[in-house]
Design a protein around this ligand. Structure first.
Ligand code: URP
Ligand code: ZN
Ligand code: ZN
Length: 462
C-alpha cells in the first residue's frame, strides 16, 4: 500500500508549507517537493492536493459511543460514529468508558473494547471512568493502565449515577498520580444541581429551558475549583472537559497560575450554540440539552479567545448522540429526564474551519493544534498522531477550503434524527481522509473498511 499526496499546503500546529507526502504502508516516509510518481512502486495511489490543505488527522479527545446513560443508550455504534468522524476529518477518537457504579472496571474496559474492535474504522483509545473507588478496585485500574489506557475520567456531576464522593475522588486522583496518568474531569457540583433541579420541578418548571438554570456557571466554576484543590494537594495532572463559560475558565486559569497541572478542553457546541437554543418552543429545546448547559452568548468569545491564546488546549465534541424522537422525549414532563448530549462528531472540524478560521477568529495552525496536536500531546499519542512527520502514522486530511455547502441531517452518518446545526452554512470539507495510509473518505463519502481501526496503547506520561 503506497500513497502519494502531491502539491498540498501542509498545515500542522507549527508549520505551513507546500510539499509532497509519500506514505509507505501505514506511515509517512518522505516529505519532499517534486517526488517523481514514476519512480514509485507500481500501484501507488496519487492524490492531487493542489489548492488544498493537508492536515494531520484530527483527534476528538472526548466522545461517547457506547453509553448507558439516563435510562437509555447513546444512539451510535462504532460503525456509525467512525463514518461520521471520518467524513468530518477525525481519524482518532478517545471514548469515555462510563460503567455503572456497581460494574467492575476491568469488565467495563473489556466491554467497551469489544464494542469498538469489530466496527471501528478510526483508531481509538479510551479514558477510563472511575465511578467508585475502593481498595478492591485499585488493582483493576492498575491493570487497565498497563493495558494501555493512560487516562482516567471522573464526574463531579450526575448525583446518584456517575458522580464520586470526595473520599473516592481524592483516592482516585491519588491513584492517578501514583500511576502517572492524567485525569479528565466533568466539573459541576452534583449536590447543588440536585437541589436546584428539585426546586425548579416543584415550582412547575419542567421544560428544557430550565435545564440551564438548574446548573448555572457558578456551579461549574465551583466544580473546577474543587477538582483543582484536590489536584493541587496531590500533584495530579487534570484536564477539565467541556469547559463552557468564563467563570469556569477563570477558575482553571487561576489554578494554573498557582502551579496546578491543569488543562482546559472546550467543546464545539459551547462555541457556537447559546442558551436560547435550549429555550426553543414545542420541546425543540431538548435537542440542545447538554451538560454543562449552553450558556449566554458572551461566553463564546471567551472560548474563542481562550483557544487563540492557547489558554484552552483542545476543541472536542463531547459527542453524545440521542434521538429526538424516542430518547430526548423521555423528558417531556421533566427536563431532568432529557438524555444530555449534542451530537457533533462529524461537524466539529468543518464548524471550526467555517466559524473559527474563515470568520477570522483563529488561524489554521491554531485550528490544527486545538483539534489534533494538543490532544495527541496530552494523551500520549504524539507524534504518531497529531503530526505530519516522517515516521508519523499516515492519518491525513486533504481539505478543500473552497467547498461550500450546508450542514444537515441528510449528510450525517450519526444515528440521530436531527442535526443541531441544520442549515448552517459550511465553508470547507475534507476531500480525502486517510487512516494509516488507507483512503477512508472521498468527497464526504465513507469508502473505507469497517473494523480496520486499531486500539492505541498509550503509556503513562506524567
Ligand atoms: O451532556 C453531556 N455532556 N452528555 C454526555 C455525558 C457527559 O457529561 O459528558
Ligand atoms: Zn460530562
Ligand atoms: Zn462527555
Amino acid at each position: 500500500m503506497a500513497l502519494l499526496i502531491r502539491g498540498g499546503r501542509i498545515v500542522t500546529a507549527t508549520d505551513d508549507y507546500t510539499s509532497d507526502i509519500y506514505c509507505q504502508d501505514e506511515t509517512v516516509t518522505r516529505i519532499e517537493r517534486g517526488i517523481d510518481a514514476k519512480a514509485l512502486p507500481p500501484g501507488t495511489e496519487v492524490i492531487d492536493a493542489t489548492g488544498k490543505y493537508v492536515f494531520p488527522g484530527f483527534i476528538d479527545p472526548h466522545v461517547h459511543i457506547h453509553l448507558p446513560f439516563m435510562g437509555t443508550y447513546a444512539a451510535d455504534d462504532y460503525e456509525s460514529a467512525s463514518k461520521a468522524a471520518l467524513a468530518g476529518g477525525t481519524t482518532t477518537l478517545i471514548e469515555m468508558i462510563c460503567p455503572g457504579p456497581t460494574d467492575q472496571p476491568l469488565a467495563a474496559f473489556e466491554l467497551w473494547r469489544s464494542k469498538a474492535e469489530p466496527l471501528a474504522a478510526v483508531d481509538y483509545t479510551f479514558h477510563m471512568s472511575v465511578v467508585r473507588f475502593e481498595e478492591s478496585v485499585r488493582d483493576q485500574f492498575r491493570r487497565i493502565v498497563e493495558a494501555g489506557v493512560a487516562s482516567f475520567k471522573v464526574f463531579l456531576a450526575y448525583k446518584g449515577a456517575l458522580n464520586l464522593s470526595d473520599e473516592h475522588l481524592f483516592a482516585a486522583l491519588k491513584l492517578a498520580k501514583d500511576l502517572g496518568v492524567i485525569v479528565t474531569a466533568h466539573c459541576e457540583n452534583a449536590d447543588a444541581i440536585d437541589a436546584l433541579q428539585r426546586a425548579l420541578l416543584a415550582a412547575g418548571k419542567t421544560g428544557p429551558e430550565w435545564h440551564g438554570p438548574s446548573r448555572p456557571p457558578v456551579v461549574e466554576a465551583d466544580g473546577v475549583h474543587h477538582l483543582c484543590t484536590f489536584a493541587e494537594l496531590l500533584g495530579t495532572h487534570v484536564y477539565i472537559v467541556h469547559t463552557s463559560c468564563d467563570a469556569a475558565v477563570r477558575e482553571a486559569l487561576a489554578a494554573r497560575y498557582r502551579g496546578v497541572n491543569v488543562w482546559i478542553e472546550s467543546v464545539i457546541p459551547h462555541f457556537l450554540l447559546d442558551e436560547t437554543y435550549a429555550e426553543r418552543r414545542e420541546f425543540e429545546g431538548a435537542k440542545y440539552v447538554m451538560s454543562p448547559p449552553l450558556r449566554a452568548k458572551a461566553n463564546q468569545g471567551v472560548l474563542w479567545h481562550g483557544v487563540k491564546s492557547r489558554a484552552i488546549s483542545t476543541i472536542a465534541t463531547d459527542h453524545a448522540p440521542f434521538r429526538f424522537h424516542g430518547q430526548k422525549d423521555m423528558g417531556k414532563d421533566a427536563f431532568t429526564k432529557i438524555p444530555n448530549g449534542i451530537p457533533s462528531i462529524q461537524e466539529r472540524v468543518d464548524l471550526v474551519h467555517s466559524y473559527g478560521v474563515t470568520a477570522g477568529r483563529l488561524d489554521l495552525q491554531t485550528m490544527v493544534d486545538a483539534c489534533s496536536t494538543q490532544a495527541a500531546r496530552l494523551f500520549g499519542l504524539y507524534p504518531k498522531k497529531g503530526a505530519i512527520q516522517v515516521g508519523s502514522d499516515a492519518d491525513l486530511v486533504v481539505y478543500d477550503p473552497a467547498f461550500r455547502g450546508t450542514f444537515s441531517k441528510e449528510c450525517s452518518y450519526s444515528n440521530v434524527d436531527y442535526n443541531a446545526y441544520e442549515g448552517w452554512e459550511r465553508t470547507g470539507r475534507p476531500s480525502v481522509v486517510t487512516v494509516r495510509g488507507q483512503v477512508q473518505v472521498r468527497d464526504g463519502d465513507f469508502v473505507g473498511t469497517i473494523g480496520r481501526g486499531e486500539f492505541l496503547r498509550r503509556e503513562p506520561t506524567h
